[in-house]
Design a protein around this ligand. Structure first.
Ligand code: G3P
Ligand code: CA
Length: 290
C-alpha cells in the first residue's frame, strides 16, 4: 500500500489520536519557557476572539497556552464568549432584531449556533461560529495546547462551576496530565474559584484581580495564581505573591493581562511574572525571549 494510504488508514482506525503529532523541538522548548505566553481569547489580535480560528492562529504562531471565557445559554449549553451580550462580536442584531439587549443567557444554543462571530472582525472570518466549550476543548486538544479557562459572570449562571467541571471531565481534561500541566481555571469571582477548588481540588485555579497583600494568604488557601491587570502590578507585589504557597503547595504564581506591546511585556517580565496574557502572543514572546 502507498505510504500515504497507510497513514490515512491508520488515522481512520485511530481517530483523532492519530492526528496528534509530536511537538516540534521549538514548540517543546517554548512549552517550558517562562514567563508563559498566553493567547488572550485565542490570538485575538489576528482572528476573532474566542473562536476556533483564534485557537488555530495561536497554534500557528506556536503558542501553547490559550485563554477563553465561558458563559451559558438559555437552555444550559456552555459557550465561549467574552461579553454577556452577543451584540459586539456577532451579527445577532441582524438575525434577531427584536431581542435586545441580546444577552447570552436569553438565547438557546441552537440560536447562537446560527450567528456569525467572525464578520465583525474581518471578511476573511465570515461564518466563524461561537464555539461550545466542547468544541473549544477539542480544538485546543487537537493542537496539543493548554487552556486557561475563565468562568465569566458566574453570578448569572448558578451552578456553572460544577457544569464546567463535568464537561472538562467528559472531554478528558481532568486526567492527571491535564490537571498537572494543561489546565488552569480562573475567575474574577473569588467564590467561583473557591467552588472549583472545593469541588475538584486537583484542578489548578487562578483569581483575577489584585487583592491587598494582607489578604493574599486567604486566597492562597484555594488558588494557585493571582492574576492582576498589568497596570496594577509592581515588582513588590509579584514578590509578595511569590512569597506564599498556593493551594497545591507550590509558590503562588502571577499571570498578568492584557499586555500587547513589547515594552510592557519586558516591564512585567522584569517584575518576575510567571505568565503574560496577550492578544499579540508573537510580539510578547519575541520581547521576553530576547
Ligand atoms: O485572562 C485575563 C483577562 O481575560 C481578564 O479580562 O475581560 O479580557 O476577560 P477579560
Ligand atoms: Ca478572559
Amino acid at each position: 500500500m502507498h505510504a500515504r494510504a497507510v497513514t490515512a488508514s491508520a488515522a481512520a482506525l485511530l481517530g483523532t489520536a492519530a492526528l496528534l503529532l509530536p511537538l516540534s523541538p521549538a514548540r517543546a522548548a517554548e512549552s517550558s519557557a517562562r514567563p508563559l505566553v498566553i493567547a488572550h481569547r485565542g490570538a485575538s489580535a489576528y482572528a476573532p476572539e474566542n473562536t476556533l480560528a483564534a485557537v488555530d492562529k495561536a497554534a500557528e504562531l506556536g503558542v501553547d497556552w490559550v485563554e477563553n471565557d465561558v458563559q451559558r445559554t438559555r437552555d444550559g449549553e456552555l459557550v465561549v464568549l467574552h461579553d454577556d451580550s452577543l451584540r459586539r462580536t456577532t451579527d445577532v442584531e441582524e438575525v434577531f432584531p427584536g431581542r435586545a439587549p441580546w444577552k447570552v443567557k436569553d438565547f438557546t444554543a441552537a440560536e447562537i449556533a446560527r450567528l456569525d462571530a467572525g464578520s465583525w472582525f474581518g471578511s476573511a472570518y465570515a461564518g466563524a461560529r461561537v464555539p461550545t466549550l466542547e468544541q473549544f476543548l477539542h480544538r485546543v486538544e487537537r493542537h496539543h495546547q493548554k487552556l486557561l479557562l475563565e468562568i465569566k459572570n458566574p453570578q448569572l449562571y448558578p451552578g456553572m462551576e460544577r457544569q464546567i467541571l463535568k464537561v472538562l471531565g467528559n472531554e478528558g481534561w481532568l486526567d492527571r496530565p491535564h490537571v498537572r500541566n494543561r489546565l488552569i481555571v480562573q475567575s474574577f469571582s473569588a467564590d467561583s474559584v473557591r467552588t472549583v477548588h472545593d469541588l475538584r481540588p486537583a484542578v489548578r485555579t487562578g483569581f483575577l484581580g489584585t487583592p491587598p497583600v494582607s489578604d493574599l494568604p486567604a486566597y492562597a488557601d484555594f488558588t494557585d495564581q493571582i492574576n492582576p491587570s498589568h497596570g496594577s502590578l509592581s515588582a513588590g507585589y509579584v514578590s509578595a505573591v511569590h512569597a506564599l504557597k498556593g493551594a497545591h503547595g507550590k509558590p503562588l504564581e502571577v499571570c498578568t493581562w492584557t499586555v500587547n506591546d513589547a515594552a510592557a511585556a519586558r516591564r512585567v517580565a522584569g517584575f518576575g511574572v510567571d505568565g503574560i496574557i496577550t492578544d499579540t502572543p508573537d510580539v510578547v514572546r519575541d520581547a521576553v525571549r530576547g
